[in-house]
Design a protein around this ligand. Structure first.
Ligand code: RIB
Ligand code: CA
Length: 310
């Protein structure tokens, strides 16, 4: 499955990238400010591609701030100040593959595709919102099979009691994407928290070549952070890799369709609301509500063990 990724590495983005590179034909990546500031997420993406043996994949830096909000929030308390604390990835990343704004570069890439492709977003949806706002016409819609986003939650948040980080960081972008009418799949905390990796698996990760060593260091830091903030104990939430798995194998997930909006401001900022009643005019969004944890973990390991020979 050919896809474009939009990421904010970020440690779970790193694992999602490692999986995507083995499970998909990754046409290119746009980076976005999220877990850490935009320059860092761009540099991190390039460093990770080198670690995973794919410096050939085009990377273009995207939004450095939310669509409308004046202030940015980051998640350095989870991913470290570099965004990839836990393993010293020294050296340069890669050069930007284009000087175009990320959303224009994505549109140009789609225009050159010979068949529909998937978009997978694992950070705040700022780039996706700018793309949809600028290229929301039939020609482009026919070029996109699905937009699978890691974000949101119908069952409790991880920034506030109701808001998930990606949607909290840019609620306006999230609301625009969910209300766009494009084929959007929401992979939120409802399902990502059902598929955690046992921390006891970290040692096995370190046996998967240099890529595995790097991921073991990163996820070790991430696991301690999740425990420190009380988000997870003895398991590691691979939020972004669940979105990759959902894009590759939607048949392995249980979905429900619902018209959704995202609260854009106030104490409920970033909260996903199911819009009831018939007059809402909102399109239906596919929301993942269940996944087989064992299948998911086997999907991840099927990908990661391919780095052993790397
Ligand atoms: O809430 C989890 C999401 O926020 C993940 O994408 C993680 O990388 C952070 O961006
Ligand atoms: Ca992310």
């Amino acid at each position: 499955m050919r896809c474009y990724l939009d990421m904010d590495p970020g440690i779970d983005d790193a694992l999602a990238l490692a999986v995507a590179l083995k499970q998909c034909d990754v046409a290119g990546i746009t980076s976005v400010a999220g877990n850490v500031e935009g320059k860092k997420t761009f540099d991190n993406t390039g460093r990770l591609l080198k670690v995973f043996g794919r410096p050939d994949v085009p990377v273009v830096p995207g939004a450095t701030r939310p669509l409308l909000l004046f202030e940015s929030i980051f998640a350095e308390h989870v991913h470290g100040s570099s965004g990839l604390d836990g393993y010293p990835l020294l050296g340069e990343g890669v050069k930007a593959s284009s000087r175009l704004p990320a959303w224009q570069w994505l549109a140009a890439g789609l225009a050159a595709e010979s068949r529909p492709v998937d978009l997978i977003a694992t950070g705040p949806l700022t780039n996706m919102a700018r793309f949809l706002a600028g290229f929301d016409n039939d020609d482009y819609q026919q070029r996109v099979r699905a937009i699978t986003v890691m974000g949101g939650s119908l069952s409790g948040g991880n920034v506030t009691s109701t808001a998930e980080f990606n949607f909290f960081a840019d609620p306006d972008a999230a609301d625009l994407v969910l209300g766009s009418g494009w084929p959007v799949r929401m992979v939120g905390l409802d399902v990502t928290t059902l598929a955690g990796m046992p921390t006891s698996d970290l040692a096995r990760l370190g046996q998967q070549g240099r890529a595995g060593e790097v991921l073991e260091g990163l996820l070790g830091f991430y696991a301690q952070a999740l425990e420190r903030i009380g988000e997870a104990v003895d398991q590691i939430y691979l939020h972004d890799a669940v979105a990759v798995a959902a894009a590759c194998h939607p048949e392995k997930f249980v979905w429900k369709k619902a018209p959704l909006r995202v609260v854009r401001e106030g104490e409920l900022r970033g909260t996903v609301v199911e819009v009831l009643g018939q007059s809402h005019g909102r399109p239906l969004v596919d929301v993942a509500v269940d996944v087989d944890r064992e299948w998911f973990l086997s999907f991840v390991w099927e990908s990661l063990t391919q780095y052993k020979t790397g």
